[in-house]
Design a binder for this molecule. Sequence first.
Ligand SMILES: [Ca+2]
Ligand SMILES: [Ca+2]
Length: 509
Amino acid sequence: MPADKPTNIPKVCYEIFVRSFCDSNGDGIGDLNGIISKLDYLADLGIEAIWLTPIHPSPSYHKYDVTDYYAIEPEYGTMDDFRRLLAGAHRRGMAVYLDLIVNHTSTLHPWFREARKSKDNPYREFYWWMTQDQIDHLGISERETSDDSQVVYPWHTNPGDDEKYYGLFYKGMPDLNYHSEALREEIAKIVRFWLNDIGVDGFRLDAARHIYPEWDREQSVTFWDFFSKIVAKANPTAFTVGEVWADTEEVAPYFRHLNATFHFDLSFALQRMLVAGRDEQLIDKLIASFNLFQKYNPLFVNAIMLTNHDQERIGSVVNGNTAKIKLAASILLTLPGQPYLYYGEEIGMLGSKPDPYIREPFLWTADPDDPQLARWIKPQFTTPKTVAPLSAQIHDESSVFNHYKSLLHLRKTEPALAQVLAPNLQPVRLGNDELLAYFRPHADRSLMVIHNLGEHEVEFTIPEDKSLFTEVLFSTDPPHEKQLTTNRLSPHSSIILAPARVSAKPENQ
Ligand SMILES: [Ca+2]
Ligand SMILES: [Ca+2]
């Protein structure tokens, strides 16, 4: 069943790593009440949907190994807190997407505690079990690493058991086995609980391409047919966005059953281009991707991002260069799709792996005793010495924050930028690969966008068919204000051009 068009598709989304965003009770751990206290901030920034990293009980700091799908992690708050968060977001016109992890559970989940007890336990079939002989016979003892898992040996020993269990990401995360109808019914219950009893607006679906192991890979796509039918029945307007961390060709079929999937190829292309200072025919590649996605779902939503909680922060990718941090935002927020900002990108936060350090506390103020500041980790990259805190950026017109805010406003108010479905994009060829230029056609008002990716000032000639595009709607290059006055663009700067307004003819007297 193809994913139907959800009503009111959010135009700008925001990923919150809950532990690091905002602490409300002084224990140093970000929590739901902290997020509630920042809903006005997010609404004012222009956010229309928030994706919360997992909030279910879990033994890990990141909580991607769930022990109870029906509860809230006590470190983060209570179900009442969550209901208040949801109501507060809805009052401000914001949707809330839950991070739902159905690929695996924690080994501490009651299902696995039961399953590991014996072969005839009713929960045994919820997971993958094989003897070493069977594993060797099928030749699946090792796997090729993927972008999202470096694990080579995915079979793990269960003490006192001659069968091993399969855990793709880590031995503490046993993979669920959807050949079990009983498991499918449990997952359906969980989906109905969150959509109908609690009222969330949708799900970000973790590890969507790994639902079935490598040897059963095709079934990972058809699983989402099963899943999307449950979602559609529970709430026809609920939204699904899948993490299919793979190249565009492998991603495309998932649009058959999911509203959106994250465009990892785009994320990495943007990062490479910002580092190299050269376009790599991005627009042609994007249009080719759109054509492919469309074959599977004409209403596909391309979820785009600079980075997420699994990638080096964009600020560190460009070595903290503020002009490049702004350039990254200028590109992302003028391309078609549904952008997901990773919390803190809007203040230029930094972060490099290992993972905890790309998930450092949001820097609200420079005060080391700021009660909102999460303190579960000692930050190595984002500190008041390296990043201006939000409190300092709010009143600085030239800050990264105000750059994001202006672009987000433009993205929501300019119809050519606000269009999420049927991506409106054409290349503009300026004959210089230090320039990235594109056209966003729209019946109300079309726009042309030009970025200088390089280190040098570049001269450009606007193609004849775009000669009317001389009104400057947005610019990070001071010489360009209101009207295009020169045909030069400074390094790492961007302009958005609209057709010049033709003065109205005097009315007949
Ligand atoms: Ca707390
Ligand atoms: Ca799996």
